[in-house]
Design a protein around this ligand. Structure first.
Ligand code: GTP
Ligand code: MG
Length: 508
């Protein structure tokens, strides 16, 4: 059974999702319960509801044992609600019910009996009064005339809508004195079957205001209800159950929903965000840095002329991602709309169980989130640190390269000196030999060749590293895009779904 608090929660959830006119009746009912709980909660208000001439006023008189309500042969007779207040008082409650005509009767304080106008005469204002009060009182007594007990108005508008109110409603077939025993039994079982068809407990009391038959039973029943002082709460519970049921019928589940899967969306967003481009830049930047650090010193500087691809994308800096904007090309309209349609596909299949109005409200809300997701892609990329880190051994190799070059220069200088001595016809000193070749030649050739070779070998390692670094960057970038999608898209979508499921769990 849904309680009031749960229903309030359901309304709070539905507030932004369902049109106001759909939730207004429930809000009004909750407000009414609230007010009623504050105003003389220990009193029990019982109202007679029925067709004109069914004997509502006569029953009131019979129950009270005095002529307090006007009975006449002209139809309709009662045009204004009248309250019979046992034990006096009850002003605040009757003010709230907007009932001016009040009669005080001696007795224990608690029960207030209402004689109401009819529900079916030509005076339509009567029905309006009765309808309003039927929503506000604690207990309903449906007074049925054996000659027109199955009339549509009372059934469709005053019995069926209270199908959840069995605990606080009593069906009475009045004028029982007019029927033969067999006919009465037949009518009673017929009324009972009708009530049961709405889901109401089928017990029906026969009464006769004229002979007094059944009056004591009815009075005992009403006194019993009043003395328990639980009718108000029971009525509130029934109202809550009815409102929940009505909301449930308005928001029937219409299809089968698919769990949220953002795999394809992440792929599409990664494309739009330029993850590939950044990965290539990371790889290119690594190769460039490797060459600049460990290439042959003579040609090394050439690498510095090549632009750093990461720098070009503004991804080479260590600044707060809040401040940095990359220079990645903006997603193309095609990439962006591919991403949007992927996102809407996810929303679509996740919301396919919702009724159209609710679904539209979710789609609308998600529209904003999707735009934020698209707009936040650049930041998702900028927040990933893809800067190139130079390993220590690069510096070592760099020094080694300089050393080899220095050796070659020393060798060349030495050879130059030998050449100069020869040119000046000076005696040549003996050149020390490194195996079969003289040392200066070995220094020049060795320095140059080893430098070149070292440069080539190191670049092989650099390329392997570039691949690895690029792979790691792809993973980090994809993770960041995934996180952005989770934060800006998946979390709000799941919140929408959780609300919907919570709402359905209450009203379903
Ligand atoms: N035979 C018989 N007549 C009854 C009984 N109860 C009421 N009547 C008569 O039915 C007629 C209508 O009774 P009311 O009590 O005025 O009926 P009501 O439901 O209050 O009618 P409205 O005020 O017009 O809605 C009167 O002539 C009553 O005498 C009953 O139990 N048996
Ligand atoms: Mg009357």
């Amino acid at each position: 059974m849904v309680n009031e608090q749960q229903l309030r929660r359901a309304i709070a959830i539905a507030e932004e999702r369902l049109p106001e006119e759909l939730i207004r009746p429930t809000k009004a009912a909750l407000e009414r319960l609230d007010e009623r709980a504050r105003i003389e909660p220990d009193r029990t208000v019982v109202a007679m509801v029925g067709a004109t001439g069914s004997g509502k006023s006569s029953l009131v008189n019979a129950l009270v044992g005095a002529d307090v309500a006007r009975v006449a042969a002209t139809r309709p007779t009662t045009s204004r609600a009248k309250a019979i207040v046992f034990g006096g008082g009850g002003e605040a409650l009757l003010d709230w019910l907007e009932i001016g005509e009040r009669v005080e009767m001696p007795g224990e304080q608690g029960l207030i009996l209402l004689d109401l106008p009819d529900v079916d005469s030509v005076v339509t204002a009567h029905k309006a009064v009765t309808r309003r009060l039927a929503e506000a009182v604690d207990v309903l007594v449906w007074v049925l005339d054996p000659e027109k007990y199955a009339d549509a108005v009372i059934h469709q508008e005053f019995i069926a809508p209270f199908a959840t109110h069995g605990e606080v409603a009593v069906a009475v077939v009045n004028k029982a004195d007019r029927l033969a025993e067999d006919d009465l039994a037949h009518v009673l079982s017929d009324v009972s079957a009708l009530c049961a068809s709405y889901g109401l407990p089928g017990e029906v009391l026969p009464t006769s205001a004229r002979t007094g038959d059944g009056i004591a039973e009815l009075r005992a029943r009403l006194d019993g209800i009043a003395s328990q002082r639980s009718a108000r709460a029971a009525r509130a519970a029934a109202d809550v159950a009815r409102a929940a049921r009505a909301l449930g019928e308005l928001t029937e589940v219409v299809g089968h929903e698919t769990p949220v899967d953002t795999g394809a969306l992440v792929a599409s967003a990664s494309r739009a965000a330029g993850v590939d481009l950044v990965t290539r830049a990371v790889s290119g930047s690594t190769v460039r840095a490797g060459r600049a650090a460990m290439g042959w010193p003579v040609t090394r500087w050439l690498a510095r002329f090549r632009p750093d691809p990461l720098k070009r994308l503004h991804l080479d800096r260590d600044v707060s991602p809040e401040l940095v904007r990359t220079s990645l090309p903006a997603p193309t309209p095609i990439q962006e709309s591919a991403m949007r349609s992927e996102a809407f596909r996810v929303v679509d299949s996740a919301t396919s169980g919702m009724p159209q109005v609710w679904r539209s409200s979710v789609v609308n809300a998600m529209d904003t989130h999707i735009e934020e997701t698209v707009a936040g892609l650049d930041r998702a990329i900028a927040s990933v640190d893809v800067r190139i880190r130079k390993p220590k051994w690069w510096t070592l190799i760099s020094w080694l390269q300089w050393l080899l070059l220095a050796a070659a220069i020393v060798g060349a200088g030495w050879l130059g000196l030998v050449w100069l001595l020869d040119y000046l016809k000076m005696p040549e000193p003996d050149l020390p030999m490194a195996g079969p070749i003289p040392w200066p030649t070995a220094l020049v050739l060795g320095g140059l060749l080893l430098g070149l070779l070292l440069g080539i070998v190191c670049m092989v390692f650099v390329r392997v590293r570039a691949k690895r670094v690029a792979k790691r960057a792809t993973r980090k970038l994809t993770d960041s895009v995934t996180a952005a999608i989770r934060e800006r898209f998946e979390t709000p979508l799941n919140a929408e779904l959780a609300d919907w499921h919570e709402f359905r769990a209450i009203v379903g």
